[in-house]
Design a protein around this ligand. Structure first.
Ligand SMILES: Nc1ncnc2c1ncn2[C@@H]1O[C@H](COP(=O)(O)OP(=O)(O)OP(=O)(O)O)[C@@H](O)[C@H]1O
Ligand SMILES: [Mg+2]
Length: 201
C-alpha cells in the first residue's frame, strides 16, 4: 500500500447529477457472469453496438482488453482470479463514474468477488446490475467455440471453471438470461428492456 498519498480533497467542480444532465446519461455497470461459452462476450458486443446505435456512451471490458493489458500479470489460480475481478471492478466503477454504460464480460465464478465489485459501486452511489448469462454445462460444453472444454476434459487446462474449478451461480441477479432458450437478439433485448424499464437509458 502506498503511503504519502492523499486523496484529492476537492470533490471536483461537477457533481454526479450535473455530469449526468450534461451528458444526457447516467453511468451504470452491467456485470455479465457465467460459464465459459455461455455467451457473455457475444451478448456484450451486440449490446454495446445496440446502445451505441442509440447514441449512448457504452463501453465493454472483456478478456482481450483487460487480460492482455492491465491484468497480464495474472493467471487463473483462485488468488489471481480474485485480483483480476477486483481490478476489473475498480475500472468498471471508474467508467461508470464517468457516465458510461459499462459492460463487463468475465466468468467471475466466485460470489465473494462479485460482491466486492458490487460493493465498490454501491459505496460510490453507482448502480451495479448483475447479469447471469446462463446455460447448462452440457450446452456450453457442446458449443465449445474455443475448444477449451475439450482441453479441460483432457486435463490440459488446470482450474477450468465448471470442470475443475467451481462456478458459484448468482442467487439474485438483477437480470437472468437463459442463452439456451433465448437467441442473441432476444438476449440483448432482455437487457435493453430492463435498462429502459428502470430508467437507465
Ligand atoms: N443466446 C445466445 N447468446 C450468446 N451466445 C450464444 C447464444 N446462443 C448461442 N450462442 C453461442 O455461444 C457461444 C458463446 O461464446 P462467447 O465467446 O460469447 O462466450 P463467453 O461467455 O464470452 O465465454 P468465455 O468466458 O470463454 O469468454 C458463441 O459461439 C455464440 O454464437
Ligand atoms: Mg468471453
Amino acid at each position: 500500500m502506498a503511503t504519502n498519498i492523499t486523496f484529492h480533497p476537492d470533490a471536483g467542480s461537477v457533481t454526479a447529477d450535473e455530469r449526468a444532465k450534461l451528458l444526457g446519461q447516467k453511468g451504470v455497470t452491467l456485470w455479465l457472469t457465467g460459464l465459459s461459452a455461455s455467451g457473455k462476450s457475444t451478448i456484450a458486443c451486440a449490446l454495446e453496438q445496440h446502445l451505441l446505435s442509440l447514441r449512448k456512451f457504452a463501453y465493454r471490458l472483456d478478456g482481450d482488453n483487460v487480460r492482455f493489458g492491465l491484468n497480464k500479470d495474472l493467471g487463473f489460480s483462485e488468488k489471481d482470479r480474485n485480483e483480476n475481478i477486483r481490478r476489473i471492478g475498480e475500472v468498471a466503477r471508474l467508467f461508470s463514474d464517468a457516465g458510461a454504460i459499462t459492460i463487463t464480460a468475465f466468468i467471475s465464478p466466485y460470489k465473494a468477488d462479485r460482491a466486492v465489485a458490487r460493493t465498490l459501486h454501491e459505496d460510490n452511489g453507482l448502480p451495479f446490475l448483475e447479469v447471469f448469462v446462463d446455460a447448462p454445462l452440457e450446452v456450453v460444453e457442446q458449443r465449445d467455440p474455443k475448444g477449451l472444454y475439450k482441453k479441460a476434459r483432457a486435463g490440459q487446462i488446470a482450474d477450468f471453471t465448471g470442470i475443475s474449478a467451481p462456478y458459484e451461480a448468482p442467487e439474485t441477479p438483477e437480470i437472468h438470461i437463459r442463452t439456451d432458450q433465448n437467441d442473441l437478439a432476444q438476449s440483448v433485448e432482455i437487457i435493453a428492456e430492463y435498462l429502459i424499464k428502470h430508467n437507465y437509458v
